[in-house]
Each structure stands twice: as C-alpha cells, then as structure tokens.
Design a protein around this ligand. Structure first.
Ligand code: GUN
Length: 295
C-alpha cells in the first residue's frame, strides 16, 4: 500500500483466512467421510457482553463457511459457577462435540481459571488449558492458542522472514502475549526470533519497541503505539481491537487497534490493519484446532 509518506505491505488477515479456510473446507470433506458427520465446534457464551457476542457470532459463521457444525450454548450472566461447570462437563462428555470454547471474559463471580481447568484437554480448542500450554512449551503436538497461532500463520502466509530477527511482544496476557513470545522463539519457521516480552512495568518502553524488527502489540490500549516507538522498516502486528466513539460514522463509532495506524504504517515494511488483520486469523486458527480435534 502506498501513502504520501511511505510504502508498506498490508498483512491482510481476511485474504490469508480465505486461503486457509479453503484448505480447511477441503480437509473437512475427508473428515466427514471418515466420521460420518461434520466436525463440530461448540461455543459457550455467558451474559450479554457486546464484544463477546460479536466474536462468538463470527466463530459460528466461520464454522458454516468451512462445512463444520457449530452449537451456541447461551447462558445468562447470573449463572452460578457450579452450573457453568456442569455445562462444561456435559460438553466434555458429548461424543458428538469435537471441541468447545467458553468465551472470555466471564462475569466477575465466576473463576475463569476453574472453568478453563475443567475443559477436557482433548477438547480444548482455545489452547488455554495448562496441558495445551505445557505441550506448546515443550514443542509437543497439541492445540496452539488461537490468536498467537493465527499471527504465526499470517506471517507464514505473507512469507515474513523471522529467523534471527528481534521480536518485541508488548503485553504478557495468558491468551496472547506470553504464548506469542514462546511461539516466536521456537526452533521452527516462522520462529527462531530473539524475543523480548515487554509489559506495563517495562522501563523506557519506546527504547525497547524501537529495537523491534517484528513488533507484536497486545496491550489493550487504543492507539498506544505511536510512530516514534517504531523502527523504520519494522513489521507491526496489532492485536488490539477497540470501539471508539465517532460522530462522523453512521454507526457512531469506529474500530481501532493498539497501534496508531495512520502515523505508524508509513514507517513499516508490513503492518496488520484493524479490523481485518489478526481478528479473522484468530477465528481461522480455532477452525484449524477443531479440525485437529477430530483426529
Ligand atoms: N476472549 C477474547 N479472546 C478470546 C479467545 O480467543 N477465546 C475465548 N474463549 N475467549 C476470548
């Protein structure tokens, strides 16, 4: 993409997802013949959180697009932890469900860790269970967490060179930052990076981010990364997604990431858009894990 100040490659997650989903749809035909049914992903949605509803809806729609079966299990925000654990146990025991997710965040009165631990590791297509994370750290086959793996697949799709590069990950969440740092340092391709994991307590963050050949941002603050924090020619991956009020838009809001795209993009060799970058890849990665779950 050309702008007044620079030329950069747009890491289009929609295009990469479409290509990957075609491959998944093709593999699904064989799985259906073997199992006598379609791969089946279930999603548990608790409460009425707008963003969670949107994410789950896109996961269900993605299942349809590749020939999977999907089930949406909706429960009110007032559900007790014991009742939600019961839902998890039922899905664990259901032979017709290959994998399932419990959409996060959960209401405050429910312990997310207890719910995550209750999901059978064989059905943990989010890759959040300690067994999945342990297998990832050890380089054993298993479910990789959807967003970090989606980013790896996006870098692979666009042929971004990673070996020997300095990758700076900003944010250390269990869902994105921490597993991302492990995947980028693995002895695989993409991978083989020297990784710095930066977070809210990092001293002089701009001096660290400016060293990044590959900068992956999952800090959860709109427009947090500005042009002065990015090295000329860097590859920038933006995991953030935020609704910002905007009276000039018909919907009354616009979607932005953790990176100030307008100022940062002209400095980059490649950058993900928001929306349409990491988001679609997360969902595609979940489909890849569900396909794995049928094997
Ligand atoms: N909330 C935000 N991202 C995710 C995700 O990848 N999986 C689940 N279950 N909840 C999320």
């Amino acid at each position: 993409m050309k702008t007044a100040t620079g030329t950069f490659l747009l890491l289009d997650g929609k295009a990469a997802s479409e290509a990957l989903r075609e491959e998944i749809a093709h593999s699904t035909i064989g799985v259906k013949e073997k199992l006598g049914r379609a791969p089946h992903l279930a999603a548990v949605l608790v409460g009425e959180d707008g963003a969670s509803k949107t994410y789950v809806a896109s996961k269900v729609k993605a299942c349809e697009s590749v020939g999977f079966r999907s089930s949406l299990v909706k429960r009110p925000a007032e559900i007790t932890e014991a009742e939600l654990l019961e839902v998890v146990q039922q899905l664990n025991a259901d032979p017709e469900v290959d994998g399932f997710i419990v959409q996060l965040p959960l209401p405050k009165h429910i312990n997310e860790q207890r719910i995550t631990l209750a999901i059978h590791p064989e059905k943990d297509v989010d890759g959040f269970h300690p067994v999945s994370l342990g297998r990832m750290v050890l380089g054993l086959p298993g479910y990789l967490p959807a967003t970090p793996n989606g980013i790896v697949e996006l870098l692979r799709y666009y042929g971004v060179a990673t070996s020997g590069k300095h990758c700076v990950v900003v944010g250390r969440s269990h869902i994105v930052g921490s597993p991302m740092s492990i995947l980028m340092s693995r002895n695989t391709e993409p991978g083989n990076c020297t990784v710095t994991l930066a977070h809210s307590r990092t001293a002089d963050l701009p001096s660290i981010t400016r060293q990044a050949d590959i900068l992956i941002v999952a800090i959860g603050k709109p427009g947090f990364i500005t042009a002065d924090m990015v090295k000329e020619g860097a590859v920038v991956v933006d995991v953030g997604i935020h609704r910002i009020s905007d009276a000039t838009r018909s919907k009354g809001y616009r979607i932005v990431g953790d990176v100030d795209f307008t100022s940062v993009a002209p400095k980059c060799s490649a950058i993900t858009p928001v929306p349409g970058g990491v988001g679609p890849m997360t969902v595609t990665s979940l489909l890849l894990n569900t396909l794995k779950a049928t094997r």
